[in-house]
Ligand binder design. Structure first.
Ligand code: 3H9
Length: 701
């Protein structure tokens, strides 16, 4: 057939095997091979055809690397139309994951069988797309509208046994020899003279309940997906499936698929897909760099952060010893962990068994000696360099020589921490984000002496505990928090110059941020920033207009959600925020005190100043080599700060808006707002002059 598709016979059954590592994506070679295999199957005297894949998975979808390039025939739609119309019985044999175009291929077979461990799904929405090869038309004909809606708009995969209940899989094959099971199943179907059951020929109608379902879904998705276009277009496709003849529905799906493909949102989401995978790689470190085993972990500090980190490891089956200075501190920390697990069980997010198993892996001690044999220690004590150095001196004396010593600091100098030990090559930063058991981002901070082995180990461990790791260099705030200071500064300046908290947060949330900057401050607690500022010099604190209001709020006891008041008032029951005239009085007084004349500020100005501040600082971070790639910064912002994925992260946004336009905006803000706050990045200036994007700069390096 082709180098990726082969055809052979097992008696009267033809077998087409796709072998296109790593995930059997539907590349041009696979599509051509499938077409050829169908011709062969039609031409020979076989009675049926089994479609299966070599390697770790069934087809994981269209080949995303081909997107954005001119289409090469045969396109997937043509291949699948041919498969759907095949004149011999067809059976898909699924293992691993049948995703996107992969599941659409299986749906064009007359029957589907799968291993119990297999999963099926239509994750296109996560790429800003919709299933474009019949998935929106065939799925509801097999499962009904409700299940199809959930599967396609969530993009989440469904385990094979559930897919069998839902009508997507016809037989779950027990044992681990899928092909033998699939052949036996096919023979059973042939012996029973099973009809060539085409999903495209099954009936589907739109009744009142279906109409109601789709209308509710549109509203729910508009709220939940904040400005994403693909979810609404998916509902349009499902409506077409239920109201139009199959071929017309398919045409409508194709139109809407193409609209998604040309939508910058999909470009941004596809960028995120690859950026996330790229971020896990450390430049200059071969893929097969040896890692150290991490079978036991110690955590210093049983506060909220330490407890959350302990849960991450325990959830992944890794035993943890939590250390705190006092019995009370330790008991409080362990109590908080128990409470968190109980809440997860109550909310149905975790089974009682899994919670019990994880809890059983978390032990506590007040004696550092308990860490003598652990493979990795994560220090999560109060943000003080002296305190952290003291902890590392003790660890150095107690832990085995090859143990990895990590600090969870957000701001401190990891070199200065590593420097107090006799093994700086074993020290790095592992910066978790709060709540640590929920947030996916992990900044792995490389200090000057950190060895390749511990970097590779930290990246691998991060993945094991379900995190998205990004490598960062040592600087104040690393990648994420260093940029955040500039974003927050502009939020504060917009506030004092004329906007209200509700306007700033509302503008950013409508634009797509998970939460506005001031509401985030209230959630985290305004006293945290206040305390941190006390330890800084006037120069380090930056523009005095950018912290006067939060200082006043804290001094009046307004600490944020935890005290019921911050930038907003909070309902004690629902935690719903509402505007508070007292806050505006504080803002106006602060403006007067600092000689700031308040004026009307538009939502567009707020969005532009906050996002441009991120982009300019991101560019500084790249030129200094603190981040490895522009995409890494985008991953940090999407996973750590609620930046809308469909905008692709700050650096992708800069590419989308144009580096030239961004540079001009930074210069305009420098000239009209503040020369101190807006120092254009040299890299941004260079790219603007050369008419290049950050992505192009990255590719050419
Ligand atoms: C679609 O199907 C559209 C159709 O409806 C209509 C068309 C007309 N293409 O994630 P991993 C690469 S849209 C190309 O680390 P895992 C990936 O970049 C598609 N490459 O492994 C990585 O490369 P590298 C719908 C792909 O075991 C390597 O494979 N399908 C594709 O953790 C390993 O990936 C999806 O959205 C692809 N489709 O997870 C599924 N997929 O090693 C997307 C992966 O160089 N894929 N690669 O960094 C996934 O969700 C996961 O990759 C999967 C494996 C679960 C399959």
């Amino acid at each position: 057939m082709t180098e990726t598709v082969s055809y052979r016979r097992d008696g009267d059954i033809g077998i087409v095997c796709i072998d296109n590592p790593p995930v059997n994506a539907l590349s041009h070679s696979v599509r051509s091979g499938l077409m050829a295999a169908l011709e062969q199957s039609s031409a020979d005297d076989s009675r049926a055809l089994v479609v299966h894949c070599a390697g770790r998975t069934f087809i994981a979808g269209a080949d995303i690397t081909e997107f954005g390039k001119p289409p090469r025939e045969p396109i997937l739609g043509e291949v699948l139309a041919r498969l759907d119309a095949h004149d011999k019985l067809t059976v898909a044999a699924v293992h691993g994951t049948a995703l996107g175009g992969g599941l659409e291929t299986a749906l064009c077979c007359h029957y589907r069988c799968a291993l119990p461990s297999a999963k099926v799904g239509l994750p296109e929405v996560k790429l800003g797309l919709l299933p474009g090869a019949g998935g929106t038309q065939r799925t509801p004909r097999l499962t009904g509208l409700e299940t199809a809606l959930e599967l396609i708009t969530s993009g989440n995969p469904m385990p094979a046994p559930r897919a069998a209940d839902a009508g997507l899989v016809d037989k779950v094959i027990e044992g681990d020899d899928l092909l033998a099971g699939a052949l036996a199943y096919t023979r059973e179907l042939l012996d029973g003279e099973a009809p060539l059951r085409r999903a495209s020929e099954l009936p589907l109608q739109l009744d009142d309940a279906g109409r109601e379902l789709l209308a509710t879904a549109r509203e729910r998705l508009a709220r939940r997906t904040r400005g994403e276009n693909a979810p609404q277009r998916i509902v349009d496709c499902l409506e077409a499936a239920a109201t139009l003849p199959f071929d017309e529905g398919l045409r409508r799906e194709r139109e809407l698929f193409m609209a998604c493909m040309e939508d910058p949102q999909s470009g941004a989401l596809r960028h995120m897909f690859f950026a996330e995978r790229e971020a896990a790689k450390v430049q200059g470190l071969p893929r097969d760099t040896a890692t150290q085993p991490v079978d036991t972990v110690g955590i210093i500090g049983a506060g909220t952060m330490g407890g959350g980190i302990a849960m991450c490891f325990a959830n992944a089956g890794i035993p943890v010893t939590l250390i705190d200075m006092s019995d009370e501190g330790l008991e409080r920390g362990l109590g908080l962990i128990r409470k968190n697990y109980a809440t997860s069980v109550k909310r149905g997010k975790l089974s009682q068994d899994k919670a019990d198993a994880a809890l059983a892996l978390i032990g506590g001690s007040t004696d550092y000696a308990a860490l003598a044999e652990v493979d990795l220690v994560v220090e999560a004590v109060f943000e003080s360099l002296e305190l952290k150095q003291d902890v590392f001196r003790q660890l150095d004396g107690i832990c085995k020589p090859q143990a990895i010593l990590a600090t969870n600091t957000s701001y401190q100098d990891v070199n200065a921490i590593a420097g107090v030990t006799s093994r700086p090559q074993q020290v790095l930063g592992m910066h978790f984000f709060s709540p640590a058991n929920v947030m996916k981002l992990l900044e792995v901070v490389r200090a000057d002496a950190s060895s390749d082995t511990i970097l590779a180990t930290a990246m691998a461990v991060a993945k094991r505990i379900g995190k998205v790791p990004v490598l960062a260099g040592v600087c104040y705030g690393f990648i994420g928090n260093r940029m955040l200071r500039h974003y927050q500064r502009e939020a504060q300046l917009c506030l004092i110059e004329g906007a209200t908290p509700a306007q700033i947060d509302g503008a950013m949330e409508r634009w797509g941020m998970a939460m506005g900057p001031l509401a985030v401050g209230d959630l985290a607690g305004l006293d945290i920033g206040y305390k941190a500022r006390q330890g800084l010099t006037t120069e380090q604190k930056g523009d005095p207009r950018s912290y006067r209001v939060p200082d006043l709020l804290v001094e009046q006891g307004r600490l944020g959600q935890k005290s019921g008041q911050g930038y907003y008032q909070y309902d004690p029951e629902t935690r719903k925020r509402s505007d508070d005239p007292a806050v505006m009085a504080i803002v106006e007084a602060a403006a007067e005190e600092l000689g700031v004349e308040r004026r009307a500020i538009s939502d567009d100005e707020i969005i532009s100043r906050l996002t441009t501040a991120l982009i300019n600082e991101g560019a500084h971070i790249l030129e200094e080599g603190i981040a490895q790639r522009p995409g890494d910064i985008d991953v940090v912002y999407a996973y750590g700060y609620g930046f809308p994925r469909h905008r692709g992260g700050p650096m992708h946004l800069a590419d989308h808006l144009g580096t030239g336009a961004m540079y001009e905006t930074v210069c305009r803000y420098r000239d009209t707002l503040s020369a101190d706050n807006w120092q254009p990045s040299e890299l941004l200036a260079k790219l603007a002059a050369e008419g290049k994007t950050f992505a192009e700069w990255q590719r050419e390096r």
